[in-house]
Design a binder for this molecule. Structure first.
Ligand SMILES: Nc1ncnc2c1ncn2[C@@H]1O[C@H](COP(=O)(O)OP(=O)(O)O)[C@@H](O)[C@H]1O
Ligand SMILES: [Mg+2]
Length: 117
């Protein structure tokens, strides 16, 4: 029987938790990341539950660091076949064709990138 690529693939749903923008003590950085994780965890779990409902094999992961850089490195290290992302995030400037993270990932990733409108 023909295998459906989307079903056979191992999907990793990633939340990229940004560091604080201004220099902070180590404790403050830890607290900042903890808040970020608290915010992201339910979103990630909801997305993973939906993916599983659709028959995907889903793993979730939260990474600390600058989003584009962390994502590009993670995909390369894991030898991912594909990165799938949206055009825009929750903030950002809606008048841009694609957001800054999407733009950086497309520019620097050696792993193929699909941007979903
Ligand atoms: N912190 C993040 N964690 C996970 N995915 C992200 C994150 N930031 C951006 N993305 C991905 O990049 C896409 C584009 O977002 P982005 O370039 O940040 O746009 P904007 O400038 O509107 O925030 C999002 O739809 C999402 O797939
Ligand atoms: Mg963004």
């Amino acid at each position: 029987m023909e295998q459906n690529f989307a079903i056979a693939a191992q999907w990793v749903f990633l939340a990229l938790v940004k560091p604080p923008e201004f220099s902070s003590s180590i404790d403050e950085v830890d607290e900042f990341y903890a808040d970020g994780e608290k915010h992201c965890r339910p979103l990630l779990e909801k997305a993973a539950a939906y993916g599983e409902e659709q028959g995907l094999t889903v793993q979730t992961e939260m990474l600390h660091g600058h989003p584009a850089e962390s994502l590009v490195r993670y995909a390369a290290d894991r030898k991912a076949d594909l990165i799938v992302m949206g055009t825009h995030g929750m903030g950002g400037f809606k008048n841009l064709v694609i957001g800054s993270v999407a733009q950086k990932v497309v520019t620097y990733s050696k792993v193929p990138v699909t941007i979903m409108k």
